[in-house]
Design a protein around this ligand. Structure first.
Ligand code: PLP
Length: 404
């Protein structure tokens, strides 16, 4: 059970007002707010534990290194990975997928090969592949999305062929809220010997993820979307694949030995972590993961699902409401349009009522094209949101609708 009033007190920002109205924060898919324990962890680390990691023999450096490495182990345990060698710290999902695309393409992709993505990908899981496709000449193929907002699984199976070298797919759509059947996708791909990368930006904060049970070969997520700080993220990769992939960037910490003639690279995961890492970010991320585990991922998923169902029911009572994405398995992200009100008009007027939603294409322009729309209004929920906030959203939309 979620005690939402108690939880809300952990998040200082939720107590503030905007334009003299209580803040109703429904932009959690873009970033989540931070509990006091995460804010304190950052402050505490800078006040008491700050020194550059890995390179120092002095006390503080050792301590900061130990804290960063135990944060890595926390991430490993949180996503059910087998080894910390498979946990690479990055700046976020975008950097994780850029690293993957760059290194995987260099190691494995050639002209004539195919990488399969879907029609509901965030630009972060499209553009990095396009950049590498220009370099290496492989082809990007697209799994179509149905009217309901689900992946067309028959089309997916038909697209798998001997040229397919990787499937890279989002676990949860940041626009439609669809939870994709990644277990089935992975088992289908694996039956053809094809590895699968999963964009977990919108899944890890909301549902229990175990990369080994899923069988994922790569899995990416962002700290700031799971109540942690900005600037820190994770790429999980299967050791056997990471070992065959070249480094993404060169510099400090990713080397074993450098001469002007030849450089040998460090072991995993350091081979992929050039330069001073955001060790304070890793430490605070681990605190955020402890925090959500303290609430419980099953309790979070249960509460958010109930809130989402309540929101959909209430929104559907609004005349002219069109919800984009009605998948049978969904997460607490709802995109909608009301009559012919422009999403940015709706968003701006809701903002004046203290209600923070996101409007626009949500970095998924091909998906907007699929539905023949320019953008949507998106409300995205967290376990700290309440039914009263859903009611405020519905009342706000009604008010805006009557103005038009
Ligand atoms: N993938 C998905 C599905 C997302 O929703 C987002 C962010 O909204 C990203 C990738 C990119 O995440 P970040 O900006 O944290 O790198």
């Amino acid at each position: 059970m979620i005690d939402v009033e108690r939880i809300r007190r952990d998040f200082p920002i939720l107590g503030r007002e905007v334009y003299g109205k209580p803040l109703v924060y429904l932009d959690n898919a873009a970033t989540t707010q931070k509990p006091q324990c995460v804010i304190d962890a950052i402050s505490e680390a800078y006040c008491n534990e700050n020194a550059n990691v890995h390179r120092g023999i002095h006390f503080l450096s050792q301590q900061a290194t130990d804290m960063m490495e135990s944060a890595r182990d926390k991430v490993r345990q949180f996503i059910g990975a087998g080894s910390t060698e498979e946990i690479i710290f990055t700046r976020g999902t975008t950097e994780s997928i850029n690293l993957l695309a760059s290194s995987f393409a260099q190691a494995f992709l050639r002209e004539g090969d195919e990488v399969l993505i879907s029609g509901m990908e965030h630009h972060s899981n499209i553009v990095p592949w396009q950049i590498q496709a220009q370099r290496y000449g492989f082809r990007i193929r697209i799994i179509p999305v149905t009217d309901l907002g689900e992946l067309d699984m028959d089309a997916f199976k038909a697209l798998l062929n001997p040229k397919t070298k990787l499937v890279s797919i989002t676990h949860v759509s940041n626009v439609l809220g669809t939870v994709n059947p990644v277990l089935e996708i992975i088992s289908q791909a694996h039956s053809h010997g094809i590895p699968v990368a999963v964009d977990g930006a919108q899944s890890v904060p909301h549902i229990k993820v175990n990369v080994q049970e899923l069988g994922a070969d790569f899995y990416a997520f962002s700290g700031h979307k799971i109540y942690g700080p900005t600037g820190i993220g994770v790429l999980y990769g299967r050791k056997g694949l990471l070992e065959k992939m070249p480094p993404y960037q060169g510099g400090g910490e990713m080397i074993k030995k450098v001469t002007f003639e030849k450089t040998t690279y460090n072991e995993l995961p350091y081979k992929f972590e050039a330069g001073t890492p955001d060790y304070i970010g890793s430490i605070a991320l681990a605190i955020a993961l402890d925090y959500v585990q303290g609430i419980g991922m099953d309790a979070i998923a249960g509460y958010e699902n109930e809130l989402c169902k309540y929101a959909i029911d209430r929104l559907n009572d609004i005349p002219g409401m069109r919800i984009i994405g009605n998948a049978s398995d969904r997460s607490a992200v709802i995109s909608f349009l009301v009559g012919d009100i422009h999403p940015s008009d709706m968003g701006t007027l809701l903002d004046r009522l203290g209600i923070a939603v996101r409007t626009g294409h949500h970095c998924a322009e091909p998906l907007m094209d699929r539905y023949g729309i320019l953008g949507t209004v998106r409300a995205s929920f967290s376990f700290y949101n309440t039914k009263a906030e859903v009611d405020a959203l519905v009342a706000g939309i009604e008010r805006v609708r009557l103005m038009f």
